[in-house]
Design a protein around this ligand. Sequence first.
Ligand code: NAD
Length: 392
Amino acid sequence: MRIGVPKESYPGEHRVALVPLAIPALSKAGFEVLLEQGAGAEAGYPDALYAEKGTKILPDRAAVFAEADLIVQVLCYGSNDLTGKADLPLMRRGQGLIGFLRPLGSLEVIEEIAQTGVSSFSVELMPRTTRAQSMDALSSMGTLCGYKAVLLAAVTLPKIFPMLTTAAGTITPAKVLVIGAGVAGLQAIATARRLGAVVSAYDMRPAAKEQVKSLGGRFVELPITAQNAEDARGYGTAQDEGFYARQRELLGRAVAENDIVITTAVVPGKKAPVLITSEMIANMAPGSVIVDLAAERGGNCEATRPGEIVVEHDVKIIGHINLASEVPYHASQMYARNLTAFVLHLVKDGRLRTNDDEIIRETLLTDQGEIVNRRVREFFGLPELVAARETR
Ligand code: NAD
């Protein structure tokens, strides 16, 4: 079976789906890897390193799609809403496709992908089980986003992070508040602590408290309780507007007391809740920084503009999207590891499996011209597939 790696086409995307380090494990399992010329260059992996591992370098994207049985990408059409559509005519029935597909994004786009006939697998739908942990790309990328968010904040803040006692006096440490202590939030806590900041964090899931504390952060307790804060997969759940209003009221003081606020609060398939209003920003000290990791999903901060830096009341609000792409070398390495584990699981005896296993069932998005994923069909209010087929 041949695995094709096209160059990422989303503007500013520097990652690549497979790195040279991942090739030997795939070759050993009988795969041949085809790479679009220059696909790894921006991540720090020149063609020569792939060629050394036996990768065939192809001159253009169309050749990779034409020759490969399985295409692996970082941002496929779906998550790449700017240039991804150009890949549709290159896909064919029976071909495999793996990558970020934003399965709870646009139904129209997923239908377009389905119509090509590809068997597409969405890495966002990976179950959160021990078995699937090595394939969990959302966690890998979340970790890097949390790290990078702190570095961005550190270079933007007109203060340093650590406490210093010098002949020129004592400098007090910077204060960092992290809202949303999932994978990205926890890495942000750890990174800010390493740089010497005093860190506190809040999450509506009670389970987060111990994790925050184990990283040396102080947990911010709010006198409100979320209803069923966590779903069966461990994700935070959507709450009503009354709950969010109360959160904003209670978070005001903690936000005002900190130099940096990093927000990561998201709910799968929903717009991110607004937890920081402009009024709250006005109470922060001038020069403070907010990094809104939920920017792509609408933002946790009222002032956030996705992809931009906004200044309001002398506070900088950073709404960068796609932060993992800013550390492309390691982001690609981690993603390639996740993909390799996934591909080795998916393919048996040279054939792509599309059934009989939890990981496959949950990640398979489209197959043979249809959206086949039960969770996605439910989300968009489509009839169950069996029922839909019977009525035709
Ligand atoms: P996420 O990216 O979906 O969300 C980030 C955080 O925001 C979550 O912790 C969520 O509870 C929080 N949040 C949402 N709405 C909020 C609100 N209104 N107020 C405050 N906080 C809010 O989360 P994630 O990074 O996917 O992590 C969720 C959990 O799943 C974590 O405990 C993580 O350790 C766990 N996890 C488990 C596995 C596994 O078992 N294989 C893999 C990955 C993550």
